[in-house]
Design a protein around this ligand. Structure first.
Ligand code: PLP
Length: 401
């Protein structure tokens, strides 16, 4: 049976071996306070929030308190918060909900978005919508000028992510929002990676729709938020009951929603201090990797990047083998490259940034979070160069034989 980490404080597997978790962009462990806040909604307050009796009213109160907590962080009105089953559903609801409220038209997004956005755009294209996929620069950033130039008279929505999940690059959201506002086009931003790290004030950002996912900021999996600025019409994508003001049918995941709101509130209260701490660790890691592995290349923007994101291309290294070797050393990391039917596929984000596929298959993402310390970084810096060196020499030998 697979060994598991049982709580956020644990840094060991059941077998007792030391584990260093560097995959916070994939998911984070639940904060103990979040578990504590959720527990009553699994037992004492188990009612259906739509029921009229005391049990139902108790669950309803929990749900609405959570909505107010989220609204306080986003600086919006509680009615503008829709709870969903996660970041993927929030992105789907934003794109399809806004677009399908019209009969056809044009959508603008970027080539470096998460698949939850890209595949929703593709779906709309199948239904006859025109889609513009804006390019990104070599750092993975979208230009507000490109957004402005792409707007057409029938553009229904602009969807540009806040921060990239692979390379951590932060897009100029307020500037893009200004362009969208000028043209009176609704602007959605996938802020799933930004949650807990960056400012989520929708007024300062100027966004009309914003997606979040709880499991990226020490909340539970399977619960998310879609913020929709009042007055923006959205065609529901899941039909049934009249929950979430008829914008998302289905009995709400009350415990999960309470967990999300608690996690977001905690993350916001620690955000600036924790971001500064992670940035220090990130710079130590990036500096150390670039100096100890001379041919390593940093992917993403050097400054405009998530405080916890480090992403590299390592020439002549196959990501999957590297990840397995690191795992054996107790390091949980990830790569943007996906292994599909035996072949390593380079990431669409690195491809959009103009990185050659041969280089992109050797990408390594180390994403930092609450559990990481300077000692963790030093451990990685002590182990990684030798592993990379070994894989590179094996590759060289393979080539010359
Ligand atoms: N958008 C971005 C940028 C993400 O990083 C992710 C998850 O990795 C998602 C959307 C999907 O979120 P979820 O896992 O909650 O469906």
């Amino acid at each position: 049976m697979m060994d598991v980490l049982l709580n956020s404080g644990s840094r060991r597997l059941n077998s007792g071996s030391r584990r260093l978790y560097f995959d916070h962009a994939a998911t984070t462990p639940l904060a103990p306070e979040v578990i504590a806040a959720m527990l009553p909604y699994f037992n004492a307050s188990y009612g259906n929030p739509s029921s009229i009796h005391a049990e139902g009213r108790l669950a309803h109160e929990g749900l609405e308190a959570a909505r107010r907590q989220v609204a306080a962080v986003l600086h919006c009105r509680p009615q503008e918060v829709i709870f969903t089953s996660g970041g993927t559903e929030s992105d789907n609801l934003a794109l399809k909900g806004v677009a399908l409220a019209h009969e056809g038209g044009h959508i603008i997004t970027s080539a470096a978005e998460h698949h939850a956005v890209l595949h929703s755009a593709e779906y709309l294209a199948h239904l006859g919508f025109k889609v513009t996929y804006l390019p990104v620069d070599r750092f993975g950033m979208v230009s507000p000028d490109d957004v402005a130039a792409a707007i057409q008279p029938d553009t229904r929505l602009i969807s540009i992510m806040y921060a990239n999940n692979e390379v951590g690059t932060i897009n100029p959201i307020p500037q893009i929002a200004a362009v969208a506002q000028q043209a009176a086009v609704p602007f959605h931003s996938d802020a799933v990676q930004a949650g807990g790290s960056l400012d989520l004030d929708v007024e300062r950002l100027g966004v009309d729709l914003l997606s979040l996912s709880a499991h990226k900021f020490y909340g539970p999996k399977g619960v998310g938020v879609l913020y929709v600025r009042g007055g923006n019409h959205l065609l529901y994508q899941q039909s049934g009951g009249s929950q979430e003001s008829k914008r998302r049918a289905g009995t709400e995941n009350v415990a999960g929603i309470v967990g999300l709101a608690t996690a977001l509130t905690i993350a916001e209260s620690k955000r600036e201090v924790e971001a500064a701490r992670l940035l220090g660790l990130r710079e130590r890691l990036i500096g150390g990797v670039l100096s100890s592995i001379p041919d390593a290349i940093l992917n993403g923007h050097p400054v405009e990047r998530l405080p916890g994101n480090a992403n590299f291309c390592l020439p002549d290294v196959e990501a999957e083998t590297l990840l397995l070797r690191l795992d054996l050393l107790g390091i949980a990391a990830s790569s943007a490259s996906a292994c599909t039917s035996g072949a390593v596929e380079p990431s669409h984000v690195l491809h959009a940034m103009g990185i050659p596929d041969a280089l992109a298959v050797g990408s390594l993402r180390l994403s930092l979070g609450a559990s990481n310390t300077e000692a963790d970084i030093d451990y990685v810096l002590a182990k990684l160069p030798a592993v990379v060196n070994r894989l590179q020499s094996l590759k060289l030998r393979e080539r010359s034989s």
